[in-house]
Design a protein around this ligand. Structure first.
Ligand code: KIV
Length: 260
């Protein structure tokens, strides 16, 4: 199993991508992907919804099974969908389902200090947790859009505080989405656990992209932090391999994919 903390401490970048089926799981692993996330982004890129909110536990379990059935090397993270972790009891039951039925090695949930009652309960029961900070797509209607988070001093300080508190309460990984590069770098540098970024600059311990964005098959608007690796590549495997290489050698992301 990939030693993600070891990679952080040795300064090796962690390459992560979403996958939702067997074919792309095998291609991503052939390309050297360290981590595969079965994300609730499947609601948008696979199911055609305009947000991640309609995704259910059954959807995530189904796609996790497709991934874990063929996976041989990647560390697999399963996303907890909207309202599947509203209280500790529900979170424990659903996280166990993602691991037991879906084959996930870790679960990911969105939230900040609101998760401080949930993360220790999962951690205490041996469930590895990734806490998703910054832009939290499940709260899109509360925040009014897909905006960069942590740009002003007080929200930046709050995010740093949340990151430390989540680590202290048992989180094993952080994921930062749409966060100014400087803030993401200071969070990554001040916690022991790996920090994976998406639209959070090159100072994170690893990078993640949604598969469909990275291989250029997303129809419609693609976020600024995405690089389309399909450019001049004849096969998705080459695009995925180009992404893994760019994460590992630090040539992705560049300033063009970051926020200040
Ligand atoms: O659901 C997802 O794919 C995610 C990524 C955007 C990181 O959470």
């Amino acid at each position: 199993m990939t030693d993600l903390r070891g990679m952080k401490h040795e300064g090796q970048k962690i390459a992560c991508m979403t996958a939702y089926d067997a074919a792309f799981t095998m291609l991503e692993e052939r390309a050297g992907m360290d981590v595969i996330l079965v994300g609730d982004s499947l609601g948008m890129v696979v199911q055609g919804h305009d947000s991640t909110l309609p995704v259910t536990m059954d959807d995530i379990v189904y796609h996790l099974k497709n991934v874990s059935r063929v996976s041989q090397s990647a560390f697999i993270i399963g996303d907890m969908p909207f309202m599947s972790y509203a209280n500790p009891e529900q979170a424990i039951e659903n996280a166990a389902r993602l691991m037991r039925e879906g084959g996930a090695h870790m679960v990911k949930l969105e939230g900040s200090e609101t998760q401080l009652s949930i993360v220790p309960e999962l951690s205490r029961r041996g469930i590895p947790v990734c806490a998703h900070l910054g832009l939290q797509p499940q709260a899109v209607h509360k925040i009014g859009g897909y905006w960069v988070q942590g740009r002003d001093e007080s929200t930046a300080a709050g995010m740093l505080r949340d990151a430390h508190a989540l680590e202290k309460h048992g989180a094993d990984m952080l994921l930062l989405e749409c966060v100014p590069a400087e803030l993401a770098e200071s969070i990554s540098g001040s916690v022991e656990i790996p920090v994976i970024g998406i639209g959070a600059g090159g100072g994170c311990d690893g990078q993640i992209l949604v598969l469909h964005d990275a291989i250029g098959v997303t129809v419609g608007r693609v976020p600024r932090f995405v690089r389309d690796f399909s450019d001049k590549q004849r096969h998705p495997l080459q695009a995925i391999r180009a992404y893994v290489e760019a994460v590992k050698d630090g040539s992705f992301p560049t300033d063009d994919h970051c926020f200040a």
